[in-house]
Design a protein around this ligand. Structure first.
Ligand code: SAM
Ligand code: SF4
Length: 463
């Protein structure tokens, strides 16, 4: 596609997980050299991209209803002699392909998650007719994606995602990811290091490594060997400017010794871990093909707590998986209290065509809804208890932006909660210790703590 005469407006809407947020940004970066500038509203956009999620049925239906609204925008554009191009990207695109164009003829381009680096070419071809590209190309898309400019990186704030791994080989019986994202691929260490260095150089201080099954990471290291996620984290923690590291989402089976040791050895690795369990019942875990038992999971949590005693856990649960009895469900309820999660996502099982669980005997929607409400009550109780325990704690806060009140800044705790503090604007982009004075429902409130003297300073003052 030739460079447009005047800037064109790009609207990207992300559905679902952090992987999609990251992909949406990379799409915008790749289109920027063609003159596309991001806009916050679809109303005046020349190119609308819906970056979709297929994990639950509702997610796909939301996309079709949004496409109904966008058809109106396209018609408005045509009346003003303005062509509005509509693209559907992501996992719905991968799973449904041509079907999207059949159900929603407003769509010009359907592009799967492994092909979006080809967007400039697809846009040029879309001038002559509709395009569907849902291949798994052999070339590495990351090699073809434009890097964001320094200004774009700065505008996105002090925390950034970096994809280190894609796809999944676990084949949990409820999940579409192995079909929509393909088999596991890890990026080489050198490319990840280069991306993190570039982000840190532009002022990013917190890096979240992401992947559908991130702790199965096995990218090629500079020594030609496959590195584990634990080893990668050690390397990234050495980079100047990197103050905080996180990773998500992990599978309990892939929590190996090097990763557990990273939690013990790396102060930059936050004391917060999202470790999805899905169910507390061994019978259901086996039917889900999770490849771990409740006892295995609890053993892993125990080993992690021994490595890093202040580690807080988050998780995902599915309720109403085919064949789940009241006793199975109670085992999940019991696990919420046994682990004492800081937070948890919980979902009603959603039947995904083509997955093994879709052929199993299904529970009624009423049973699923009733169990979800009971599970969420237990989760909320644990979350409230966790938040209440934050009162009086002194924790690291990474300051991100000005708050709503004069002189106030908003930062983030290691546990992902927003923290509101009266603090000077120069602290944006810095980690500071904050004492929590008031743990609110959605934010924590605190004050800057007196800096704790370092050991060397203590020695110098005889302390
Ligand atoms: N890889 C991660 C793991 O091993 O748990 C999860 C990734 S998945 C994108 C995010 C969450 O969506 C899962 O943890 C699961 O709880 C939920 N999920 C996936 N498939 C689902 C389905 N068919 N119905 C309901 N929830 C589902
Ligand atoms: Fe899906 Fe996660 Fe299971 Fe992979 S490990 S199949 S992404 S739930």
């Amino acid at each position: 596609m030739s460079k447009p005469q005047k800037p064109q407006k790009l609207y990207v809407k992300s559905y679902g997980c952090q992987m999609n947020v990251y992909d949406s940004r990379r799409m915008a970066d790749t289109l920027a050299p063609l003159g596309f500038v991001e806009t916050r509203s679809a109303d005046d956009a020349d190119l609308v991209i819906l970056n979709t999620c297929h994990i639950r049925e509702k997610a796909a239906e939301k996309v079709y209803s949004e496409l109904g609204r966008i058809r109106q925008l396209k018609e408005n554009g045509a009346r003003e002699h303005r062509r509005v191009v509509v693209a559907v990207a992501g996992c719905v695109a991968q799973a449904e392909g041509e079907e999207i164009i059949r159900r929603a003829p407003v769509v010009d381009i359907v592009v799967g998650p492994q092909s979006y680096h080809r967007l400039p070419d697809l846009l040029a071809r879309a001038a002559h007719g509709r395009i569907v590209d849902t291949e798994f190309p052999l070339d590495d898309k990351f090699d073809h994606l434009a890097a964001p400019t320094r200004a774009a990186t700065r505008a996105r704030g002090v925390a950034a995602f970096v994809t280190v791994q894609e796809g999944c080989d676990k084949f949990c019986t409820f999940c579409v990811v192995p079909y929509t994202r393909g088999s596991e691929v890890s990026r080489p260490v050198a490319k990840i290091v280069a991306e993190v260095e570039r982000l840190a150089d532009a002022g990013v201080r917190e890096i979240t490594l992401i992947g559908q099954n991130v702790n199965a990471y096995h990218g090629e290291g500079p020594d030609g060997r496959a590195w584990t996620l634990g080893r990668l984290l050690h390397r990234l923690a050495e980079l100047p400017g990197v103050a905080r590291l996180r990773y998500t989402t992990s599978h309990p089976r892939d929590m190996d010794a090097s990763l557990i040791a990273a939690h013990r050895d790396l102060p930059a690795l936050v004391p917060h871990l999202h470790l999805p369990v899905q169910s507390g019942s061994d019978r259901i875990l086996a039917a889900m093909n999770r490849r771990h038992t409740r006892a295995d999971y609890l053993k892993t949590i125990d080993a992690l707590r021994r490595a890093r005693p202040d580690l807080a856990f988050a998780t995902d649960f599915i309720v109403g998986f085919p064949g789940e009895s009241e006793d199975d469900f109670r085992a999940s309820l019991g696990l919420v209290d046994e682990v004492g999660y800081a937070s948890a996502f919980s979902f009603k099982y959603s039947m995904r065509p083509g997955t093994p669980a879709a052929d199993m005997e299904q529970l009624s929607e009423d049973v699923k809804a009733e169990r979800l409400a009971r599970l969420q009550a237990a989760i909320n109780r644990n979350e409230a208890a966790f938040i209440a325990r934050c009162r009086g704690l002194t924790i690291d806060v990474l300051f991100e932006k000005p708050g709503r009140l004069p002189g106030q800044l908003i930062g983030r705790s290691p546990y992902l909660q927003p923290v509101q503090v009266i603090a000077p604007a120069e602290l944006i982009g810095h980690l500071r210790q904050v004492t929590i004075t008031d743990p609110g429902t959605h934010s924590l409130y605190g004050e800057l703590a007196r800096e704790t003297p370092r050991v060397a300073e203590l020695a110098a003052t005889g302390g």
